[in-house]
Design a protein. Structure first.
Length: 129
């Protein structure tokens, strides 16, 4: 069937074009974030992940763990990776662990001499000492 072959070729062409432009990747990230948000709304995900990932829970209970994840959050915010941030926040339970965004944590990180902050346009992790 000629029509079926043309349909498949068109589908493949559209799919490849969307993949090359990053649209499909964005849709996949959005879908993952939406799934985690939907599960979290029912509080099933958080309790499930806590019982399955004791290493992460222990790490987030430490000051160093929260600071490390705060820097990861800042990196994702800086590069506008909002879907990745939404997935990480939900999957790791960052809000419940008290991990803050870069805006909230800048003073805290300065106080701990973890990172020197001098340029608001550059993320904390990329600034020289």
């Amino acid at each position: 069937m000629e029509l079926d072959r043309e349909d498949h070729e068109l589908r493949d062409l559209v799919s490849q074009t969307l993949e090359n432009k990053g649209v499909l990747g964005d849709i996949r990230a959005q879908l993952r974030a939406s799934i985690f948000l939907a599960l979290d709304d029912e509080e099933k995900l958080t309790s499930y992940l806590k019982t399955k990932n004791n290493k992460l829970t222990s790490f987030l209970e430490s000051s160093n763990g929260r600071q490390a994840f705060t820097l990861i959050v800042e990196l994702l915010e800086h590069f506008n990776l909002k879907h990745s941030l939404a997935v990480l926040t939900q999957e790791a339970g960052l809000a419940a662990a008290g991990v803050t965004t870069s805006r909230d944590s800048s003073d805290n990180l300065n106080d701990k001499k973890c990172v020197k902050i001098s340029d608001a346009n550059r993320p904390q992790w990329s600034q020289s000492s």
